[in-house]
Design a protein around this ligand. Structure first.
Ligand code: IFM
Length: 449
């Protein structure tokens, strides 16, 4: 898709911006006492993070946020999706508001608005207060209630200034990587725990939507889900069945109850899930109307029941994720046809790349430009097919803490120099700036510098 013949224009009003999350960029400040999150605990456990690092400093955004806002403005970005650290605002997850933490986010929101950048906060991007984890975390139904209370507090304090609230980021990852595979905090390995966590995350989302509707009636409300389309390697029934189960478990499990008020039946049966954690009325809460769906897309999965590594020889990112933009187009049209959403925003899309071409002090990341170009082209194709796409946010504004991978995987369009934390726009940032300023996707994605 990189060499489509003519430039194409995004519709008027389509917005371009970038995304980050609290634990991945903020770090800590002595001026903002805060509670620990499950990721602080996880990082402190030997062997959990590949390079042995942690989030105590990260990109030091807690001190450099003004500079980061100026950077976004200089790149012509009109929207910034960030997340609020629950333990910075309510250190124990419930109870008293931590005023220095709240002031930090109020200042960021005011700074963004002053710079002409629309703030799009996500309330939960995986940094659960450890105090709540000590009581069972997302496997405990009370956490859903605590989340809704926290959402209410935030809406009451930031209310008028926020046009779009996102509740959760990628509940699949919180539930499955956090509780089933154990790759993420809190690091347990139990399918039942994962299914309970997924249900309580969705319940927390629904309860939070109710609170946000009351406290911020003017705002658009939504959730950010990640999708990894699942395709069978062959037409063999075993491959098709495997792809169906993965599609149900990885993709439908979250959007289906939100839009249809039920878990996908075939997947419930395939998992043998007894649904004992689901109480009367929960699915009605979960199915509360949303105004916008945030879609995070990075790659697809091709599944073979005989367990081959698939597909062979296709281009991949540093995460070893296949680069496959046509799957984004298909995903968006499927979501639109199946779930009839009012509005979709690409809330994350991007690539970890080697970033080792740095001729004149700048990272020349032609591979990342190609990735962005081809996925933006897929978004344009979805728009042509009538999908109500409203915006695109690149993951990520800057290199940051990539969870269990530490700092070795760099997704930023802006480099963060490890030794100094200096921010240097990569070629992809300058390429993205041209797109953001003109709304025109060039015929191919060439390095502007
Ligand atoms: O860095 C993460 C982000 O926190 C959530 N979505 C996927 C990104 C890349 O792995």
């Amino acid at each position: 898709m990189a060499n489509i013949e003519t430039p194409r224009r995004f519709p008027d009003g389509f917005f371009f911006g970038s995304a980050t999350s609290s634990f991945q960029i903020e770090g800590r400040s002595n001026d903002i006492p805060q509670g620990d999150s499950i990721w602080d605990t996880f990082c402190a456990e030997p062997g959990r993070i590949e390079d042995g690092t942690h989030g105590l400093v990260a990109c030091d955004h807690v001190h450099r946020w003004r500079e980061d806002i100026e950077l976004m403005a200089s790149l012509g970005l009109s929207t910034y999706r960030f997340s609020i650290s629950w333990p910075k605002v309510i250190p124990d997850g419930t109870g008293t508001v931590n005023e220095p933490g709240m002031a930090f986010y109020e200042a960021i929101v005011d700074g963004l608005l002053d710079a002409g950048i629309t703030p799009m906060p996500t309330l939960y991007h995986w940094d659960l207060p450890q105090a709540l984890q000590d009581r069972g975390g997302w496997t405990n139904r009370d956490t859903a209630e605590a989340f809704a209370n926290y959402a209410r507090v935030m809406a009451e304090r930031l209310g008028e200034r926020i046009p779009t609230w996102m509740t959760l980021n990628e509940p699949y990852v919180s539930a499955v990587l956090g509780h089933v595979t154990g790759e993420h905090a809190p690091g347990t390995t139990n399918l039942e725990a994962g299914l309970a966590a997924a249900h309580h995350l969705l319940l927390g989302h629904g309860l939070a939507i109710a609170q946000l509707r009351e406290a911020a009636p003017h705002a658009e409300l939504g959730i950010v889900l990640n999708f990894t389309p699942a395709e069978p390697a062959t037409d063999a029934p075993a491959d098709v069945a495997l792809a169906d189960v993965r599609h149900g478990f990885d993709n439908e499990w979250y959007i289906h109850p939100i839009r249809r008020g039920e878990y996908p039946t075939a997947t419930v049966e395939a998992l043998g899930w007894d649904q004992s954690v689901v109480q009367d009325g929960d699915l009605d809460v979960i199915a509360a109307p949303i105004d916008v769906l945030g879609v995070n897309y990075y790659t697809r999965q091709v599944l073979s029941a005989v367990g081959q590594e698939l597909p062979f020889g296709t281009p991949r990112t540093e995460m070893d994720w296949e680069i496959h933009a046509p799957s984004l187009h298909r995903l968006l049209t499927w979501l639109n046809e199946e779930y009839g959403l009012p509005k979709i925003v690409i809330t994350e899309n991007g690539a970890a790349m080697p970033d080792n071409d740095r001729a004149d002090g700048r990272v020349h990341d032609q591979d990342r430009i190609d990735y962005l170009h081809d996925h933006l082209s897929a978004v344009l194709s979805a728009i042509d097919d009538g999908v109500p796409m409203a915006g695109y946010l690149a993951w990520s504004l800057m290199d940051n803490f990539e969870w269990a991978k530490g700092y070795a995987k760099r997704f930023g369009i802006v480099e963060v120099v490890p030794e100094t934390l200096e921010r240097i726009p990569k070629s992809s940032a300058l390429w993205f700036e041209q797109l953001a300023r003109t709304g025109v996707l060039p015929a191919s994605g060439s390095d502007p510098h």
